[in-house]
Structure formats: C-alpha cells, structure tokens
Design a protein around this ligand. Structure first.
Ligand code: PMP
Length: 378
C-alpha cells in the first residue's frame, strides 16, 4: 500500500496516539472543574497551548483558541473580524485559491451585505503583495491569503503581505496555515490571524485552532459556556489538544530533514513524469511546497486513473478531498487559467516524511502502465 494523500489527512503519529491515550486515561478531568482533577486536565490543556505557540515562536505575541479544525477556525476568524471590526471598513480582499471554509464563509457575508469582496487576479496559484496592493484602501478590513495551497502546494509570500499591510493598520491578515504547519518555518509574528488543523501534521482529527494576536477581540461562533475564554464554548477535548502539541513537536524536531526527504521524492516523480509530457500537465510550481505535487492528465479521465491506482493499492487525491465527491472540476486550477477539461482531470500526490523513494518508484511503474491501459477520454 502506498499512501500519497497526506494533504487530505495523515495517520496520527504513534507518539501523539500514546499522548492521547495517556491523557484520556489518566487526566480526564474537565479543565473547567475547580477540583484537583480539573486543575490537572487544565495543566495539560495549557501545556498544549503554550507548547504549540512556542514551537511557532508566538508565545509572547499571540494566543490560541482550540477548535474542531481549520474549517471552524476560519469561520471564527472571519466572523469575528466582520462582525466586530466592520466599522473599520466594508471591504475584504481574498485570494481566489482559498479553501471553501474561507470562500463560502466570506461569500455568505457578502450576500448578507456585510462586506464587499475583492479578488486579486493572477494565474500563478498564489497571490502576491503586488496583486493585493492596488486593491487596498482605507475601506479594507480583512485580507485572506493562505500559506500553502492545498491543491497545488503554491506558496504565498506571507512575510511580504504582512509587511505591505503594515501601512494599512486597520486591515487584519488571516493566513490559513493548514498545509504548512509542521512542514515549514515561517516568520509569523506579523500575522494577526493564523489557522490550522492537527490531522495534517500527525495529530488527531477533529481538532485544530485559531492563533490570534493578543490584543484582538474575537467573538464565538456558538453560544454557550466560557470555555476557551468564551471563544469556543463546549467541553474541551484536552487529550486531542495535547496530542496535537506532541505531534507538532515531533515534526519540529525534524522539519528540515523531513522537507529534504519529501523534496527528493517529489523531484524524482517530476523528472520521471517529464517522459510522459504529452500525457500530463504540471500544475504545481517547481518552487512550491515539497509536500504536494499536482498535475492534470491531458488525455485520460483522472477519476478513472485514480480508481485503477486505488485498485492496486496506490492512494492519490483527485480535485480536493473536501469536495471531490461532488466537484466536477477544481476551481483552483480553473482560476490558474486551465481549461475545464484539465481542471476536471487532475491528480494530487501529497507526501509525508514516512513515505519512501521506493514507494515513488512503485507508484510510477503502476502509473505509467495504467495511463497506457485506460482509454482516452475522447
Ligand atoms: N484549509 C486548508 C488549506 C485545508 O487544506 C483544509 C483541509 N483540507 C482545511 C482548511 C479544513 O480543515 P478541516 O477539514 O480539518 O477543518
């Protein structure tokens, strides 16, 4: 079995699983309880929070609210900024390549008349400061641009955008870091709102968070109790939060080594695919995240090829796991200027440091054969 779909989700790491079991079994108190068991659970919760912030170098400047993942965190960030900071302006700038948890939420706010959305245009797969600059005005209250695109691995110049926005202090920058956290080092101090999901870096599913600059006021999506400073009501899953910290720490211990390993795998596949240049069109930028490789099939149906690969134990992504059962084509690839046929027939290989070069060799062997066997889409 070869699993090349880590951008959809990764298995929980052994260390994170052990931490999860240990906290669930022995530190199961409710962190809101005032007795010793509550205090004990709270200790693990705070350790998870400060641990994650410290790994990112944000312990002095930022705070973290745990959520069910990046989807909820993006909703919390967008809802808070638009509902609480609207007096600052009524325009939001958003990269057209964002995850649906950003795009759908912002479009809903636009439909409600709360904001006007502006999309910087380019065909590179990631917006840059120079794409944003002409759209900025005293009306801009929010700018959203993800760190790493989940379909192509295209990288955003996060520091450049943060530097540009310094001249627009009323505008807050939300950076979805879901595909970069635990995979790359970024200077995040100047980014006021950062979101992540733990299952993308070896933590459990159903947990993630919003990291926010300390002076920001936020408002909970749900009504309820005072957990997480009132920002995320509901009993906190301390074991998952703590296991997230353990998983991230493990990744930070080998960040460069891991990146170098997956880059070798990615480069090897790119070179081998060049031989098939009439059959594929590379969608990932060569200088993008080493963890993601996306290409379109010029003649075959991607869903058929993916199914044939799956039948032989090779698991790769088509369109985006969040929507691939319904989506007919990738809006990200369409925005990048691909025609609908190419945008509907892409494959995404996404790696983890647990993958080996031999797996890439086995994959290529199967892929090259299958691509000959499958009939043209006509
Ligand atoms: N943002 C990005 C960039 C993602 O890749 C994902 C997951 N595909 C999400 C947000 C949402 O994460 P979750 O489904 O864990 O909430």
């Amino acid at each position: 079995m070869v699993y090349f779909d880590h951008a959809a989700t990764s298995p929980i790491s052994e260390l994170a699983l052990e931490a999860y079991v240990e906290v669930s079994r022995n530190h199961y108190g409710n962190p809101e309880s005032t007795h010793a068991y509550g205090r004990d659970a709270d200790h693990y919760l705070q350790k998870a929070r400060t641990g994650i912030l410290s790994l990112l170098g944000l312990e002095k400047t930022h705070d973290l609210v745990f959520t069910s993942g990046a989807t909820e965190a993006n909703n919390l960030a967008i809802g808070s900024v638009i509902d609480l900071y609207r007096k600052r302006g009524h325009e939001a700038i958003c990269s057209p390549y964002e995850h649906p948890s950003v795009l759908v939420t912002l479009r809903r706010k636009e439909e409600e008349g709360a904001i006007k959305l502006l999309y910087p245009r380019d065909e590179k797969g990631a917006i840059s400061p120079k794409d944003i600059e002409p759209l900025l005005s005293k009306e801009t209250l929010l700018c959203v641009a993800m760190g790493v695109n989940n379909e192509t691995g295209a990288l955003t110049d996060v520091s450049g955008i943060a530097a540009l926005l310094k001249s627009y202090p009323k505008c807050l920058y939300l950076m979805d870091f879901t595909q970069g956290m635990g995979k790359m080092r970024l200077a995040l101090n100047e980014v006021p709102l950062i979101t992540f999901s733990s299952h993308k870096f070896g933590g459990p599913k159903g947990v993630g968070g919003l990291i926010y600059r300390k002076n920001l006021v936020l408002r909970a999506v749900f009504g309820g109790g005072e957990q997480e400073k009132g920002l995320r009501p509901g009993t906190v899953d301390v074991a998952s939060c703590y296991a997230s910290y353990v998983a991230l720490k493990e990744k930070y211990g080998r960040l460069d080594e891991n990146a170098a390993k997956v880059e070798r795998i990615r480069q090897y596949i790119i070179e081998e695919l060049r031989e098939e240049s009439t059959q594929i069109h590379l969608n990932s930028p060569l200088n993008g995240s080493p963890y993601i490789l996306n290409f379109s099939l010029t003649k075959k149906k991607a869903a058929v090829v993916a199914e044939a690969l799956s039948g032989e134990g090779f698991y790769v992504g088509t369109v985006s796991a969040c929507s691939s059962k319904n989506a007919k084509y990738s809006y990200v690839l369409k925005e990048m200027g691909l025609d609908l046929d190419e945008a509907a027939n892409s494959l995404r290989l996404s790696f983890d440091s647990s993958n080996a070069l031999e797996e890439a060799e086995a994959f290529l062997k199967a892929f090259k054969r299958i691509i000959k066997e499958v009939k043209d889409r006509g």
